[in-house]
Design a protein around this ligand. Sequence first.
Ligand code: SF4
Length: 496
Amino acid sequence: MNKDYFEQLLIKTDLSLPAPEREPERQYYFIKKLRGIYTELYAKKKRDLCYHVETYGCQMNAKDSEKLAGILSMIGFKPTDSEKNADFVIYNTCTVRENANLKVYGRVGYLGNLKKKNPDMMIALCGCMMQEEHVVKKIKESYGFVDLVFGTHNLYMFAELLYECMLRKDRKPLVRVIDSSDKIVEALPSEQKYGFKAGVNISFGCNNFCTYCIVPYVRGREKSRKPDEIVSEVAEMVDNGVKEVMLLGQNVNSYGKDFLKNKAAAERMNQAVDFPELLHMVSMIPGLMRIRFMTPHPKDLSDKLIEEIANNPKVCKHVHLPLQSGSTEILRKMNRHYTKEDYLNLVKKIKDRIPGVALTTDIIVGFPGETEEDFADTLDVVEKAGFASAYTFQYSKRAGTPAASYPGQVPEDVVSERFDRLLALIHDTSDKLAKKAAGSVSEVLVEEINAEKGTLTGRMNNNMLVHFEGDEKLLGELVNVKLIECKGFYYLGELI
Ligand code: SF4
């Protein structure tokens, strides 16, 4: 849905009536109210009012931030890169790692100083971290200058909460965090970061309860968006120039399973669609060139999905398959529901069916109880799987997760020594793989202009990056590039 469509909705919104009960009409009502308030403020200040959204964490948060930015833009704010110039600052937080929380507290302290110089500045905090009681308590106690706090389940109510916040009698933080919601509100404005590629939520939450992960506690149980809503959102994006979409879910393989709890109803409403079928439906959209997805869980990546990736030319030949550990015993403690052998068999199946596929992964080093033998299993899988790249993490205790209280926490120096060995092996294997492609020609989507160097950066179908000389006008286009030299995680290339 483009901006004109949203503007039409605002025009139709009648502020002389009480706020509608239905969503998203209710949120448009509050956007319009806020537009009135901010128009007056704008006239008083005689300058644009600016917002700054800072995003921490994963792609899901990045997508949520686009929604926050969309709502702020509709109210009448303009974006700014720095908190210093902003009238409204919002931090969309992540709580996967405890030191990420500390970083946020540090930044909020800094905002407090800015607010002393600019008392009209408004500060909001949202995202996963706000779903934790102790965090909210700390904010109330130590950061009383924050204006608004809300969580992941009511992000769609941002306009309404902001309006409520404007009506406060005191300047204490308005806190609106709810424990869960099965609501998915469609058709809210969103400010896409790039015109040519976009992320699209297909589901929210997770049912897996890996023992190191806080996501199921802060994002709630899995809920899927309706397939027709997803397809029409992507079609609209493509009409507006998007060439590549990334379908987003904590575990995309479970897409649609919640609908099937009532199979007959799902069939009646054309919602009995699983993830491979959804991929296929999205790929039928004319003009869409590439589809990516993130993240599948190895425990239930089906043959049907492998076939869809193999046979569908629009689906990128890149599978991000989080390993986490190569040790069956550690995987059991992580509650991952697969063994070392299951993982390697899956890798073999994927590689056999999708020649040239790029596999990437996530690995945690030093999970409680990890012995040298367990770690050797991880190295063994890395060697055998041949990952194009990997996100590697040193295990750090996450309060609120079962693993935080597991015995056998591994000493820091041991974790760090294993981590270095793992990194060296990954560099080595990915380097060898990447070198093989040097000299070939690849289609890339031009994603960035590097003004200083006068080069462009493009992303290949397998997710690798290539830098090459070219005209800025190529931004957002698909072009062919010859890969001249491999530099490890990227190539230098030549436009052909
Ligand atoms: S699959 Fe596991 S690691 Fe991923 S979000 Fe769910 S609980 Fe967390």
